[in-house]
Design a protein around this ligand. Structure first.
Ligand SMILES: Cc1ncc(COP(=O)(O)O)c(C=O)c1O
Length: 347
């Protein structure tokens, strides 16, 4: 006998990438930023006032919402913040998907989408991506209360252009959620569409491009009535005071942000070339990782051999993905060690 709702009893939980307890690993498995946060962020953390932990934070995070809005050309009423973009995705599902409703997303994509859908007791409608991981027509025509699209997608790194999201939003009667967690590493995004379409929600994060994964800060943009509804559903104090101050400081140092994003993009280009020289097939990526297929079904062997050398990358043991590897972009020295190890392993 179980007290849980059936869908929770049967739920396969989200499995986060492995976080080793010991040090000494080169971590290229969870798409963290290899560089430290801006010195301004570190200063805010060092100089925290005793009132910051003592008092409740602003329940609406208005200062940060204003800062995000002005940085990206919106109003406060168009912005919601939360405990990572994961929380904003969860709030969206709680707002828009009830028991039995259809929630549509491509496969493969971010595996949290399925978990959040099942928690709602909603129906999972997974639409397989084409062989080249482009969107099939069936994704546009599928009916559902929400369509979730990660762009750049994970684990593939594929960017779905703004005009594709426009078409999707126009052809969908429900809400379209564009999960842009990795978009700062891409050359295209759909943020401006929020002003045109009442059914579009765009989620973003400080975890990747700003290097603040541990502080859990996500943000999202939509038209005022969508944000107002989501604000009703969120926990009262869903962003802690220190994280809000750290995010403000990060946004005040956009030149540091741009410098690190440019470095990661240039390391991505170098790694792609090096992998191709080793005869890997490498998908174009707009994210801070590369999705690639090593020669002759060697993905799992390579994953394990790298693990033995304390280099962590991501291997997905599913029928469609088991020939592929996902490798986060690290700092120069990490990339050199990775490539040298790959050369040894392949030899
Ligand atoms: C596609 C995608 N969306 C959202 C997230 C969640 O990011 P956050 O740290 O903001 O919760 C991730 C994290 O890996 C991701 O891969």
């Amino acid at each position: 006998m179980s007290w849980f709702r059936d869908n929770i009893e049967e739920l396969e939980p989200y499995v986060p990438g492995f976080q080793p307890k010991e040090s000494g690993f080169i971590k290229l498995n969870t798409n963290e930023n290899p560089y430290p946060p801006s010195p301004r962020v570190m200063q805010v953390i060092r100089e925290i006032s005793p009132d910051s932990p003592r008092l409740y934070p602003d329940p609406r995070s208005d200062r940060l919402r204003d800062k995000i809005a002005s940085t990206y050309g919106f109003q406060r009423e168009n912005v919601i913040v939360g405990n990572g973009s994961d929380e904003l995705l969860a709030i969206a599902l709680r707002c828009f998907a009830g028991e039995g409703d259809r929630v549509v997303f491509p496969a493969p994509s971010y595996s949290l989408f399925e978990v959040l859908t099942r928690i709602q007791g909603a129906e999972v409608v997974e639409i397989p991506l084409n062989n080249d991981f482009s969107l099939p027509e069936a994704f546009f025509s599928a009916r559902g209360v929400i369509k979730l699209l990660a762009s750049p997608n994970s684990p593939t790194g594929t960017v779905y252009p703004k005009e594709t999201v426009r078409r999707l939003t126009e052809e969908s009667e429900g809400i379209v959620v564009a999960d842009e967690a990795y978009v700062d590493f891409a050359d295209d995004n759909c943020l401006s569409l929020v002003k045109e379409y009442p059914n579009l929600l765009v989620t973003r994060t400080f975890s990747k491009s700003f290097g603040l994964a541990g502080l859990r800060i996500g943000y999202a943009f939509a038209q005022g009535n969508i944000i107002a509804g989501m604000m009703k559903v969120k926990d009262s104090y869903n962003l802690n005071a220190l994280s809000a101050d750290a995010a403000m400081a990060a946004l005040e140092d956009m030149s540091y942000f741009r410098e690190k994003v440019a470095l990661i993009k240039s390391e991505r280009a170098s790694l792609k070339k090096e992998l191709e020289a080793l005869e890997f097939f490498v998908l174009p990526s707009g994210a801070n990782f590369l999705f690639c297929r090593p020669p002759e079904g060697t993905a799992e062997v390579i994953y394990r051999a790298l693990l033995d050398r304390k280099i962590l990358i991501r291997y997905f043991d599913t029928p469609r993905l088991r020939d592929y590897l996902r490798i986060s972009i690290g700092a120069r020295e990490e990339m050199v060690t990775l490539i040298n190890s790959l050369k040894e392993i392949i030899k």
